[in-house]
Design a protein around this ligand. Structure first.
Ligand code: P6P
Length: 334
């Protein structure tokens, strides 16, 4: 049972018993994410004022320039989750390989692994457009007390126990699920407390917004081209509106509230698309399905894809169920 204006802390305690693995550890893990979110939010909100924006001069495993806030957010989330002695392993977009935690302490009983995109959409930082953190949580599959292996991270999305995002926008929100619906909490920066502002978030079955980088149109598969033309056609409730922020969390969040579809398809430039399966697509797919939306690669359910490597990319179509199914129809007919 959720009540508007409940604090995140009260919500976690009240709903802990409904979580099938209840032992308090997941609650402590969500609490550690809450703390890191507040710390990162503080820096994101003053990025324009101090010399923390701009490329850190290094590049991450994706070959992308690392913005200083990327590095800062990555460090803060890893530090916070490590200190709470809950997690046995972390994988991050900003880390080439996964991090094994407490592997020297054979007595540790930590059973959760976290995969994270610490600051998604970071190319927007310098132009003051909203960015986000995305996280995905699994129970480990290797024996408790042993160092984690890659198998603990290469799990299908349908094995997630929790997932969510933080959106650093006009207000800062945590939106997450533990498999019992999606709830959104807004930060009151004056007192540093998150309040339940969006209980039981749901994708409208239909929408009139499509989000895709149309600059890549000529490189898209024919099915996607045909769907985009369908969205632009004067017929019934169409043409739809095109909205693309260039920040997955922001486009997803708007579409979940207003109805819409987000697409990052494969193209002749990106043969598997751009978004990463494990710490972008799977957590957003879990949220989408828990909010009665849908997420696929154009043909297959995202959360059924068998991962093969930590930073693998997949084509991603996500949002209002009827819109995703219409896009899949065009993909299948092409
Ligand atoms: P493009 C940000 O880098 C990101 O991963 C998503 O947040 C965003 O939707 C997409 O890439 C933007 O990519 O190629 O359209 O600039």
């Amino acid at each position: 049972m959720s009540r508007k204006n409940q604090t995140l802390g009260e919500f976690i305690i009240e709903n802990q018993s409904s979580f099938k693995y209840t032992s308090g550890e997941l609650s402590r893990l969500i609490n550690s994410i809450r703390l890191a979110a507040k710390v990162v939010n503080h820096e994101v909100n003053k990025a324009g004022l101090v010399d923390i924006i701009g490329a850190a001069g290094d590049t991450n495993v994706q070959g992308e320039d690392q913005q200083k806030l990327d590095v800062y957010a990555n460090t803060k989330f890893i530090q916070t989750m490590t200190k709470r002695n809950i997690v046995c392993g972390i994988a991050s977009e900003e880390e080439d390989d996964f991090i094994s935690i407490n592997s020297q302490d054979e007595n540790h009983q930590n059973k959760y692994v976290v995969l994270i995109d610490p600051l998604d959409g970071s190319s927007n930082i310098d132009v003051n457009v909203s960015v986000g953190t995305i996280f995905s949580i699994y129970r480990r599959v290797t024996p408790v007390g042993t160092p984690v292996t890659i198998d603990d991270f290469l799990q299908k999305g349908n094995q997630q126990v929790a997932a969510g995002y933080i959106i650093y926008g006009t207000s800062t929100m945590i939106v997450y699920t533990t498999g019992d619906g999606v709830n959104g909490f807004t930060l009151n920066p004056a007192i540093g407390t998150f309040y339940l502002s969006h209980p039981d978030m749901q994708f409208p079955k239909d929408g009139k917004i499509y989000s895709v980088n149309e600059g890549n149109y000529i490189h898209f598969p024919q099915g996607i081209k045909n769907y985009i033309k369908y969205c632009q056609m004067e017929e019934g409730d169409r043409p739809y509106t095109s909205r693309y922020i260039g920040s997955l969390v922001s486009d997803f969040h708007r579409n979940m509230i207003k109805g819409g579809i987000y697409m990052y398809p494969k193209s002749s430039k990106n043969s598997n698309g751009k978004l990463r399966l494990l710490y972008e697509c799977n957590p957003m797919a879990f949220l989408a399905e828990q909010a009665n939306g849908k997420a696929s690669d154009g043909f297959n359910r995202i959360m059924d894809i068998e991962p093969t490597e930590l930073h693998q990319r997949v084509p991603f179509i996500c949002g209002s169920k009827n819109m995703v199914e219409k896009a899949e129809e065009f993909m299948k007919k092409a």
